[in-house]
Design a protein around this ligand. Structure first.
Ligand code: SF4
Length: 480
């Protein structure tokens, strides 16, 4: 599974906004490593710098210091629609009648084809759903309407264009945008992907405002967390402060935050629905230990996302927690793993066992999810070679059985091992003594956000927002 993207925006006169954006994007690097970019505005010009690669590869001190301005948006990308090419790197920029705007998108629209067709676009004209949104905004009649005071201010119509276009979009989106004078953020009516607001400076005299996919990006630039954007909300930040607008009726708002943000995607130090992700992951492990105990001498997590749940499992079971695998931190998530055998080889390059901790022991291995099973199979083999006498695999989420249409790269049903195999078959494939998954009820209980709505479509097949292939999904559901 791969994350979608990370977005960041800042409005802060007197601050080095390019440096803040660099720092914010760096904190969001885990959400996308294919390309990075930022658009910086100084009230007159907007400069966009973007390229393929990690944030630190795209930007150096010189580039960042050459981007003066007081407002900026930034993006880290993992491609889920559109190819991984420079053209698709974001922010996307459009010039409209002498004014310009830039847009960064996290998520995936589900009605891209219908929107393109309705707009009379020929196939291939737009390279991605983000590109399509930029085209629709630029083409909106509202964009060129004069501002409320009658002045035809550059870019005055971006807010009006958003109010016209956003209600027509379906699927997952957290956008950051800027024009000459404003930074904006918008979240889809289901709130599938996160977006939060932070404040620079004291509450009584704010010095600027920040938007970010995850709260650690606020922490790292010294911004205080204010709140998560509401699903269906458009936030506009300018010299007058922060304004909130609703672009859909309340009846159309139906919160379904991606539950895998808690399981895997978000940083452990992120706060979502008012809960710190690390604590939720630890509770997942605690409930897993109660739901599926195992006789063992050591509990270990698969680095790094399985570690908090392993801590919880150990705490609830009383079995000592220890490190069994060392991860090469410098390999990163970009490692190219085109097929099963290359993926298994990739695991060996990334993880190495601590033999003294493992030899002669019965081990509980905790991981966050199983996609194809290739990683876990290689890990289990590695542990047995290092002398483990038993390996019990515990997964801190339910079986992954359905594709994601909302911006997370999950393989097709055929490739998802849980969609085509029973638990005993998976145990045999992985070579484990036992396998158990956390139940959905326990997963929701571990997050402990009463009343909060979640998307669980890849676990249940129940898609909260209509998906583009309902017939195929229904057919897959009946055969799974
Ligand atoms: S389908 Fe799964 S990965 Fe996609 S948004 Fe829903 S919960 Fe998240």
């Amino acid at each position: 599974m791969k994350e979608a993207c990370g977005v960041f925006g800042v409005y802060a006169p007197g601050r080095a906004v390019a440096q803040l954006t660099f720092d914010g994007l760096h904190a969001l690097q885990h959400r996308g490593q294919e390309s990075a970019g930022m658009a910086v505005g100084d009230g007159e010009a907007i400069t966009v710098v973007k390229d393929m690669g990690l944030v630190t590869a795209v930007f150096d001190e010189r580039t960042v210091s050459c981007l003066p301005g007081h407002l900026a948006v930034g993006h880290t990308r993992y491609s889920t629609t559109g190819a991984s090419t420079w053209r698709n790197a974001q922010p996307v920029y459009r010039s409209v009648g002498g004014a310009g705007f830039a847009l960064g998108h996290n998520g995936n629209l589900t009605n891209t084809a219908e929107l393109a067709e309705a707009a009379g676009m020929l196939p291939g004209v737009v390279a991605s759903d983000s590109d399509l949104v930029a085209e629709l905004l630029a083409a909106s009649a509202a964009f060129s309407e004069p501002a409320a005071d009658g002045e035809a201010a550059p870019g005055a119509g971006l807010e009006a264009a958003l109010l016209e276009i956003l209600p027509r979009l379906r699927g997952a989106f957290s956008f950051v945008l800027l024009d000459a004078t404003r930074v904006m953020g918008a979240r889809d009516p289901a709130g599938l992907r996160p977006l939060c607001l932070g404040r620079l400076g004291p509450a009584e005299a704010p010095e600027g405002w920040v938007l970010a996919s995850e709260s650690p990006a606020l922490d790292i630039v010294g911004a205080a967390f204010v709140r998560e954007l509401e699903p269906g909300e458009l936030v506009v930040v300018d010299g007058d402060g922060v304004r909130s607008r609703r672009y859909v009726d309340d009846g159309a708002v139906d919160p379904h935050l991606c539950i895998f943000e808690f399981v895997y995607f978000a940083r452990p130090d992120s706060r979502l629905y008012g809960r710190e992700v690390h604590g939720a992951r630890r509770r997942m492990g605690e409930l897993l230990a109660l739901q599926a105990p195992a006789d063992a001498d050591l509990v270990m997590g698969v680095p790094e996302s399985g570690v908090p749940a392993a801590e919880g499992f150990a705490r609830a079971s009383g079995i000592p927690h220890g490190q069994g695998l060392v991860k090469n931190r410098y390999i990163g998530r970009t490692f190219i793993t085109p097929n099963q055998s290359a993926r298994a080889e990739g695991v060996r390059r990334k993880l190495n066992p601590l033999r003294e901790n493992i030899a002669g022991k019965r081990i509980v291995v905790v991981d966050d999810s199983i996609v194809r099973g290739t990683t876990q199979r290689a890990v289990v083999r590695m542990l047995r070679e290092a002398g483990a006498t038993a390996v019990h695999l515990r997964i801190s989420s339910p079986p992954l059985m359905w594709p994601c249409f909302y911006g997370i790269d999950i393989p097709s049903e055929e490739e998802l091992i849980a969609a085509r195999s029973t638990v005993p078959e998976i145990e045999a494939f992985l070579g484990v003594d036992s396998l158990a998954y956390l139940s959905l009820d326990n997963l929701v209980a571990a997050i402990d956000a009463p009343g909060a709505g979640f998307c669980t479509a890849c676990l249940t097949g129940e898609y909260p927002v209509p998906v583009p292939r309902p017939a195929e999904v229904a057919a897959a559901r009946t055969t799974a």
